[in-house]
Design a binder for this molecule. Structure first.
Ligand code: AKG
Ligand code: FE2
Length: 327
């Protein structure tokens, strides 16, 4: 039965290592991802101050003069600054022909060593982060990404059990996950004027997205019955959802639920989604418990780089208007 209620999953007992908590929590997760595609997590172990510090940094970044931000304009690794109206979602199955998004964002990926072979060879999505000239910014963001990464590594065990796989099934795949930390600024808007959104209806590409608790609302999700539901505000709860990679891994057992953002708060709104995927060399293919003689894989096997290259080419005007760097 379709439900319009967003589940709240308490990670406390599982993270504390309580007996039976793994399977009990995994069952809740399965329900959330098969029925709704979005859930909240509480008792996630991320300190409030760290989240608050990140919100201060995203504001600080976007408060800089535009020339400063443009010095860090988005590169072929999809790191750096995406200017206002810099992307239009074209691959969306949810909405066609929308205007460019009314937001600007700064993207950070894993901090790589300058002499890492992938950096030296210019491998796509394995480049160096570009940092603004703001004291303390880099340390705060790297520390936060580390926290997110560790949380994801614990959460994928719940995903494995939710798919009737051994708990450690995804451990190797997520030993060094790919991630993208998006630091978004939405200016205020009155509402969808001629299909203009802060972020138009879309599904994420990720295996999972962890969206930091936000005091300014603006996110809505499209329920299975097709109605748009405003995400309720729950104090200190992360919003978690799955994307296209999760659909592929689960042969569509788990949902990638469409969502959108509109900032009607009257002031600035900031958002901090952390998009996380398996390691770059891990094949993205349906896990064994989601395929069978009567249930062939719906998608051909792909890899992070191939998929993201296709996706970004279609959706980021800012990348297409400049020469594409060689792989
Ligand atoms: O602004 C939000 O709350 C959601 C952002 C989002 O869905 C995204 O960046 O993919
Ligand atoms: Fe999203």
């Amino acid at each position: 039965m379709a439900t319009e209620t967003i589940p709240v999953i308490d990670l406390g007992p599982y993270l504390a290592g309580e007996p039976d908590a793994l399977d009990r929590t995994a069952k809740e997760l399965r329900f959330a991802l098969t029925e709704i595609g979005f859930y909240f997590i509480v008792n996630h172990g991320i300190a409030r101050e760290k989240i608050a510090r990140m919100f201060a940094e995203v504001k600080r970044f976007h408060d800089q003069p535009i020339e400063k931000k443009l010095e860090l304009k988005l590169d072929q690794h999809n790191t750096g600054y995406l200017p206002m109206r810099g992307n239009t979602l074209r691959t969306s199955t949810v909405q066609t022909g929308t205007k460019a998004n009314l937001n600007e964002a700064f993207f950070v990926k894993r901090e790589m060593a300058p002499d890492h072979p992938d950096v030296l060879s210019g491998r796509r999505f394995r480049g160096l982060n570009r940092w603004p000239d703001l004291p303390g910014f880099r340390d705060t963001v790297i520390d936060y990404c580390n926290e997110m990464e560790r949380l994801v590594q614990k959460m994928v065990r719940l995903y494995a059990r939710a798919l009737d796989l051994p708990a450690n099934y995804f451990d190797t795949a997520f030993a060094e996950p790919m991630f993208s930390m998006r630091m978004t600024h939405y200016p205020p808007q009155d509402g969808p004027v001629d299909d203009e959104f802060g972020l138009a209806p879309h599904t994420d590409t990720s295996f999972l997205t962890l969206l930091a608790p936000n005091e300014v609302q603006g996110l809505s999700i499209r329920s299975q019955s097709g109605t748009w539901i405003d995400m309720p505000a729950i104090d200190n709860a992360y919003v978690v959802n799955g994307g296209q990679m999760l659909q592929r891994y689960t042969n569509d057992t788990f949902l990638a639920t469409p969502h959108r953002a509109i900032n009607k708060s009257g002031g600035a709104r900031y958002a901090l989604p952390f998009f996380c995927d398996s390691g770059i060399d891990w094949p993205v293919a349906a896990v064994p418990t989601t395929v069978g003689p009567d249930r062939p894989p719906k998608y051909p096997t792909t890899w992070y780089s191939d998929y993201m290259t296709w996706y970004l080419k279609r959706n980021y005007d800012v990348l297409n208007s400049q020469p594409q760097a060689a792989e």
